[in-house]
Ligand binder design. Structure first.
Ligand code: SF4
Ligand code: SF4
Length: 379
């Protein structure tokens, strides 16, 4: 039986109490952690974003988790790699998110995946990749815990405990995966990562989630919950239900299920799901699943592409450095533009732009057709 605990947590002043309850409902961490275990805690440290933007796991959730790991006899190590390819980006994100300070104060060690080295590892029963480079601190840990934020995502619709492990890859490999260019293939690649990491536990920061254009430019929304489970996939299934999305339409969940993980139905303990259920707004960029016959036959009328708003752009270059197919081009007079012919709609530029300057443009036909694409269940 795969249990998922749900505990109400109205604000971050109540994190420790809510997390203690969520762990108790699952029998505590003592069942998982042996004395002296190196416990790698992987929050979501996407970019240099303060906690109130709700793009990163809140520092109070990280700190409380470190304290509970210490109480269970483990040695907490907090680590991640930011999603932006600029030297020092992870160090900056660790500071801006408040995670580094909170983790150190709680007695944990902090590791930066960007500089801790990677090892090439064989993928068991590969779906997309035979081998992957994985951050060394993940491979050196006895126990790995996922600490995601409850958010929407333009590519995977929802991002949670499984997708969180995308951050264990070096940026070059992340670019290769984005180049797969389709949501289902992306989900399978994340399942390949998951099969190496094999996390033992997950705690989700759903106190303030992010709806709309997540994972970085959505709107913070008070969702008021902490979720926990020994199984990341069960947690993702329950969390997707909680925000009103169909769990089986989430590409990362479909990927891990295809790979044979999670063959048991999640059982909810604590607060009943119906009492905390809500409806998050979907991201506006969700379009790459448009039927191919339409894009072929009505191609010139069915257009969707990201465009740089030159008024908002500060020429930081993050989109240019992180675009896998090099669709972002430098303009002679300064600044950048997106070459639509090369763009694969991975949304990395939107995710990483610090100024929300990358906007989605849709033709009328695309707007009409993609509005019908819907993650919500018909009830
Ligand atoms: S321009 Fe943006 S959406 Fe298009 S491929 Fe590059 S990073 Fe992805
Ligand atoms: S669009 Fe955004 S990420 Fe790209 S250069 Fe401008 S400010 Fe930077």
């Amino acid at each position: 039986m795969s249990k998922v605990s749900i505990v109400r947590c109205p604000d971050y002043s109540d994190t420790k109490r809510a997390l203690a309850e969520a762990l108790d409902l699952l029998g505590g961490l003592e069942n998982i952690i042996q004395s002296g275990d190196r416990v790698l805690i992987k929050p979501n440290i996407l970019s240099a974003s303060p906690p109130e933007r709700a793009a990163t796991t809140h520092p109070s959730v990280v700190a409380s988790m470190c304290e509970f790991v210490l109480q269970a006899g483990g040695k907490p190590i907090v680590g991640d790699g930011a999603g932006i390819s600029r030297p020092g980006a992870t160090a900056k994100a660790l500071k801006a998110s408040g995670i580094e300070e909170a983790a150190i104060r709680a007695g944990a060690k902090v590791v930066n995946f960007e500089t801790a080295g990677f090892t090439l590892v064989d993928v068991p029963d590969p779906l997309q990749f035979q081998k992957l480079y994985i951050a060394n601190p993940i491979l050196e840990a006895d126990i790995v815990i996922s600490l995601p934020k409850l958010k929407t995502h333009e590519l995977t619709y929802y991002t949670g405990a499984v997708k969180n492990f995308f951050g264990v890859l070096p940026l070059k490999c992340r670019k290769e995966i984005h180049l797969l260019g389709k949501r289902d293939l992306f989900g399978e690649a994340v399942a390949d990562i998951y099969s190496i990491v094999r996390p033992s536990f997950a705690v989700m920061d759903g106190v303030i989630g992010m709806e709309g254009n997540g994972p970085s430019h959505g709107k913070p929304i008070n969702s008021g919950v902490i979720l926990a489970s020994q199984d990341c996939i069960s947690l993702d299934i329950v969390a997707a239900e909680l925000i009103g999305f169909d769990p089986l339409k989430i590409p990362t969940t479909a990927g891990v299920l295809k790979k044979g993980f999670a063959n048991q139905c999640p059982v909810i303990v604590g607060t009943p799901l119906k009492e905390v259920k809500m409806k998050f707004k979907q991201s506006s960029g969700g379009i790459s699943t448009a039927p191919s016959f339409l894009t072929r036959s009505l191609g010139k009328y069915f257009t969707i592409y990201p465009q740089i708003n030159q008024q908002k752009c500060t020429h930081c270059g993050a989109c240019y450095l992180n675009c896998s197919p090099q669709a972002v081009e430098r303009l002679e007079k300064g600044g950048f533009r997106i070459n639509q012919d090369k763009c694969i709609l991975c949304y990395c530029c939107r995710e990483l732009c610090p100024n929300n300057a990358v906007e989605i443009k849709k033709s009328l036909l695309a707007t009409l057709l993609t509005e019908k694409e819907n993650l919500f269940r018909k009830t």
